[in-house]
Ligand binder design. Structure first.
Ligand code: C5P
Length: 301
C-alpha cells in the first residue's frame, strides 16, 4: 500500500519584512505564487520512520528527524495516538536550500500523504495548523495557487490570479540558510526605522489581472539586499537575466535561486538559454504559476 503526493515550489513576488519580533521571527507581507516545479512524496507502511530521497540535489537533503517530511509524519501520528511507522520517499526536483520552499513542500506533502495512508481524514484546518507548527512556508505548500501570508507568513489569504505567469529560475552552485539571510537583514536594518510590512495594491491587482508587465513593475523582495550581501555573485546572474530580456529579476525568497519573469513561454525559453550560456549559475529551469498545492496523485491498494 502506498500514497504519492505531488507538491509545488514557490516564488515570492512580494516579500515585505518587518522588524525582528521578540520571538526572533519577522512579521511579513509575503505574496506567494506556486510554480510548476514539483517534488513527489510517497509514503509506504514500514517497521519504523525512515526517509529516503532521490534527485539531482538528493545528497544535500537531511534524512534524519530534522527533515520536515519526517517531522510532519511524527506530528500527525502523535495527534492521532499512533506510531509513525512509515517509509517516506522524496523524489526531489525542487532545488535544495534555494528559497523555493523545497523543504516546506516535502513537509506539506508528507502530511497529506500520511493522512491519506492512515485513513485519518483530518480537516483542512487541522492540516494547516500542523503545517504552521512545522514552518512559516509549509501552509502555503499545502494550499498552492497564490496567497498572501501574514504573521510570520503562515496566516494565508488566497489571492485571485487572472492568468498564468512564465518564469525562469537560475539555481546557484551553493545554498543559503534562511536564518542567516534574516540575520543579515537585521544587520542591514540596524539603526533604521522598519515600517510595518503591507501587501502592495498594485501587485495584487497585477496578479488578479494576469498582467506580466504590471507584475514586473510591482515585485519586491526586502531580503534581496541581505541575500546579495552573503552571495554577491548573484548580482551577475540577475544582470545576465536582465540583459536576456526578463521583464523583472529578483532573488526568490531568501535565495540564492534567482527568478526572472518572462512575457510568455517562448520568451522564457530564450531567457533560459541565455542564462545557461552566461556561466553565472549551476542550472536553469522554466516553470509557470500559479500551480496547484499538494495533491494526491497515486494510491496503490
Ligand atoms: O519558519 P521557518 O522554520 O521556515 O523559519 C526558518 C527561520 O527563518 C527562522 O528560524 C527565522 O530565523 C527565519 N524567519 C524569520 N521570520 C519569518 C520566517 C522565518 O525570521 N517570518
Amino acid at each position: 500500500m502506498s500514497v504519492t503526493v505531488r507538491v509545488p515550489a514557490k516564488v515570492n513576488v512580494q516579500l515585505a519584512v518587518g522588524a525582528a519580533r521578540a520571538d526572533g521571527f519577522h512579521d511579513l507581507a509575503n505574496v506567494f505564487l506556486a510554480v510548476g516545479l514539483y517534488d513527489e512524496v510517497t509514503v509506504t507502511p514500514a517497521d519504523g520512520l525512515r526517509v529516503t530521497c532521490t534527485g539531482p540535489d538528493a545528497d544535500q537533503v537531511p534524512l534524519d528527524g530534522t527533515n520536515l517530511a519526517a517531522r510532519a509524519a511524527l506530528a500527525l501520528a502523535e495527534r492521532h495516538g499512533r506510531t509513525a511507522d512509515v517509509h517516506v520517499h522524496i523524489a526531489k526536483d525542487i532545488p535544495v536550500a534555494g528559497g523555493m520552499a523545497g523543504g516546506s513542500a516535502d513537509g506539506a506533502a508528507a502530511l497529506l500523504a500520511c493522512d491519506t495512508l492512515w485513513g485519518i481524514g483530518a480537516s483542512r484546518t487541522e492540516l494547516l495548523d500542523i503545517c504552521a507548527e512545522l514552518g512559516s512556508d509549509v501552509p502555503f505548500s499545502l494550499v498552492g495557487g497564490a496567497a498572501l501570508g501574514t504573521g510570520r507568513g503562515e496566516r494565508l489569504t488566497p489571492l485571485e490570479t487572472g492568468g498564468t505567469f512564465s518564469w525562469v529560475f537560475a539555481m546557484a552552485p551553493r545554498g543559503l540558510s534562511t536564518p542567516a539571510v534574516f540575520h543579515a537583514f537585521d544587520r542591514l536594518a540596524e539603526g533604521r526605522d522598519i515600517p510595518e510590512p503591507v501587501a502592495s495594491r498594485d501587485l495584487l491587482d497585477a496578479l488578479a489581472k494576469g498582467d506580466p508587465d504590471a507584475l514586473a513593475a510591482a515585485v519586491s523582495n526586502d531580503l534581496q539586499p541581505a541575500a546579495l550581501s552573503l552571495y554577491p555573485e548573484l548580482a551577475d546572474t540577475l544582470a545576465a537575466g536582465r540583459a536576456a530580456g526578463a521583464l523583472t529579476t529578483l532573488v526568490s525568497g531568501s535565495g540564492p535561486t534567482t527568478a526572472f519573469l518572462a512575457r510568455d513561454p517562448e520568451a522564457a525559453a530564450r531567457i533560459a538559454d541565455a542564462l545557461a550560456a552566461s556561466g553565472t549559475c549551476k542550472t536553469v529551469r522554466v516553470a509557470s504559476g500559479p500551480a496547484p498545492g499538494a495533491t494526491v496523485v497515486a494510491r496503490q491498494p
